[in-house]
Design a protein around this ligand. Structure first.
Ligand SMILES: NC(=O)c1ccc[n+]([C@@H]2O[C@H](COP(=O)([O-])OP(=O)(O)OC[C@H]3O[C@@H](n4cnc5c(N)ncnc54)[C@H](O)[C@@H]3O)[C@@H](O)[C@H]2O)c1
Length: 266
């Protein structure tokens, strides 16, 4: 393949879950810029539709669809619909999550009192949702004999949150978030090694802290602790997405691509 075509995604169909959130639009822009059609999927249809409308106005090839990633039937319905309309699924970005922006009911409660309901809810979206996405969309990719799955982990799936930076900031990092993201890294390796020889590559991306209007004490502490001296801009994952989705990473399997400004390096 010519070097200039290494990152080409023309004719590819991609599903990006968590389509109404902060980062999904960035993934869509990146994939569409390199030629892919992007299906944004979310259980919050209003946010997801709104994101797709904004993206289409910018010339991004994005379509919104409903999916609750915690339900196998919802995944099956989505996959059947996408295959009926586009013929195949080349790329799956398992990006949906309960996060500081999309919280479970008691996300901010400390470890000692953290409710089992929230543990289950976060594990269900972040880890079980990713498992189901791999299972259902991956089955379609196995039929095709090719595909690329990109699972979203987190810096807190590699190391624990630094507990000293959160007090007094109004931001918290509950145990289930960190543990679920550690699970995503493990799941990625399991499925990647199972399917690599069958043409389906599975990898993870680990973002660091993405700037989203953070200010004050949290921003000061985070910047000071991050080797690069700042939070990530939301656009800074685009290269990682295109790399793992495309042939540029054809021999990359079970990898966790860390894009964290060096947070986990010291
Ligand atoms: N933003 C960051 O700083 C950061 C850092 C590290 C990792 N990440 C990871 O990157 C991914 C995207 O982050 P983001 O900042 O865009 O998050 P976000 O909270 O802005 O968006 C998450 C989206 O997931 C959707 N979602 C939640 N439960 C769902 C379900 N059951 N079915 C379908 N959709 C569901 C929400 O509706 C929301 O639109 C997440 O997995 C997150 O953990 C983000």
């Amino acid at each position: 393949m010519a070097e200039s075509n290494l990152f080409d995604l023309s004719g590819k169909t991609a599903i990006v879950t968590g389509g109404g959130g902060l980062l999904a639009s960035e993934h869509a822009i990146a994939l569409s810029n390199y030629g892919a059609t992007v299906i944004l999927a979310d259980f919050n249809e209003e946010k997801c539709n709104a994101a797709a409308v904004v993206l289409r106005k910018q010339g991004v090839n994005a379509i919104a669809k409903y999916c609750n990633v915690t339900l196998k039937e919802s995944w099956q319905f989505l996959v059947e619909e996408v295959v009926a309309e586009h013929g195949k699924i080349d790329i799956l970005v398992n990006n949906a999550g309960f996060t500081n922006q999309s919280k479970s009911a008691n996300f901010d409660v400390g470890f000692e009192e953290f409710p089992l309901e929230d543990w289950n809810a976060i594990m269900n979206v972040n880890l079980t949702g990713t498992f189901l996405g791999c299972q259902v969309a991956g089955k379609q990719m196995l039929k095709q004999g090719k595909g690329s799955i990109i699972n979203f982990a987190s810096l807190y799936g590699v190391v624990s949150p630094n507990h000293n930076i959160y007090p007094g900031t109004g931001i918290s990092q509950p145990v289930a978030y960190s543990v679920s993201k550690h699970g995503v890294v493990g799941l990625t390796k399991y499925v990647a090694t199972l399917w690599a020889a069958k043409g389906v590559r599975v990898n993870a991306i680990t973002p660091g802290g993405i700037f989203n209007g953070h200010a004050g004490l949290f921003l000061e502490r985070f910047q000071q602790l991050n080797p690069i001296g700042r939070m990530s801009d939301k656009t800074e994952l685009r290269g990682a997405i295109v790399y793992l989705a495309s042939n540029a990473s054809s021999h990359v399997v079970g990898h966790n691509l860390i894009v964290d400004g060096g947070w986990t390096a010291w």
